[in-house]
Write a protein that binds this ligand. Structure first.
Ligand code: AP5
Ligand code: ZN
Length: 217
């Protein structure tokens, strides 16, 4: 199955994708994570993407599509994928449809996580992750059970993203409204759009998502 999590920055795409990955044995494909890895590794794509990401703008379609195309071709993705943060433009959505069609596949569901702008700013500014395993946390909403120790792997090292500051968040929201929100109609027209209220608790949203994903698979 090919599932897409659509939604603004901070909507909880990464948090939910990681939970769905475990529950359904799908592979989470986050273009944000792939780009951050490229930046850290200093590849050509990473060098081109670094300043754009720090400014909160979208990386060029060519770079993102190339990165996604390479990753989705890896054998583990045959189990089914959950796309987190891709596609983000109409050009990317069309490229994805074409890529999938070449392999006799299609998008099974595009799930739009609906969150108000003010809530996204709160979620993003309190976010941090485990530096070892990548588990996500939040200053108010999701703290480790034992103070300063990752629930998943026991690490005591955490990090915050370079683009999680108030100024960049405003640009990221603007990019979402201008370039990504039109995809809601794109998938509606293709009959695969599902909307989910994502203002509630993490577990409550996970529950709603599980039934949508269960139906789509
Ligand atoms: P990317 O990494 O995709 O970031 P994003 O879209 O801005 O999304 P986030 O990771 O910020 O949010 P999320 O929805 O995953 O929320 P999370 O689960 O962490 O992209 C980064 C940059 O890379 C882009 O700006 C762009 O430059 C580039 N890029 C990436 N893909 C691209 C593409 N396809 N094309 C072009 N450029 C691309 O949750 C946030 C916080 O809230 C966490 O702390 C979490 O614990 C907490 N939380 C989650 N759910 C809840 C809840 N229900 N209640 C309370 N707290 C919650
Ligand atoms: Zn960890």
């Amino acid at each position: 199955a090919v599932l897409i999590l659509l939604g603004p920055p901070g909507a909880g795409k990464g948090t939910q994708a990681r939970m769905l990955e475990q529950k359904f044995g799908l592979v989470q494909l986050s273009t944000g994570d792939l780009l951050r890895a490229a930046v850290a590794a200093g590849t050509e794509a990473g060098k081109a993407a670094k300043a754009v990401m720090e400014a909160g703008d979208l990386v060029s379609d060519d770079i993102v599509i190339a990165i996604l195309r390479d990753r989705i071709a890896e054998p583990d993705c045959a189990r089914g994928v959950i796309l987190d943060g891709f596609p983000r433009t109409t050009v990317q959505a069309e490229a994805l449809d074409k890529l999938l069609a070449e392999n006799g596949q299609k998008v099974n569901a595009a799930i739009s996580l609906e969150v108000e702008d003010a809530e996204m700013v709160t979620r993003i500014s309190g976010r941090y992750t485990c530096a070892m395993c990548g588990e996500g946390y939040h200053d108010q909403y999701k703290q480790p059970k034992l103070d300063g120790v990752c629930d998943k792997c026991g690490s005591t090292e955490f990090s915050r993203r370079a683009d999680d500051n108030a100024e960049t968040v405003a640009s990221r929201l603007e990019a979402y409204h201008e370039q990504t929100a039109p995809l809601i109609d794109y998938y509606k027209d293709r009959g695969v759009l599902r909307k989910l209220d994502a203002m509630g608790q993490i577990d409550q949203i996970a529950h709603g998502l599980e039934s949508i994903v269960g139906d789509a698979m």
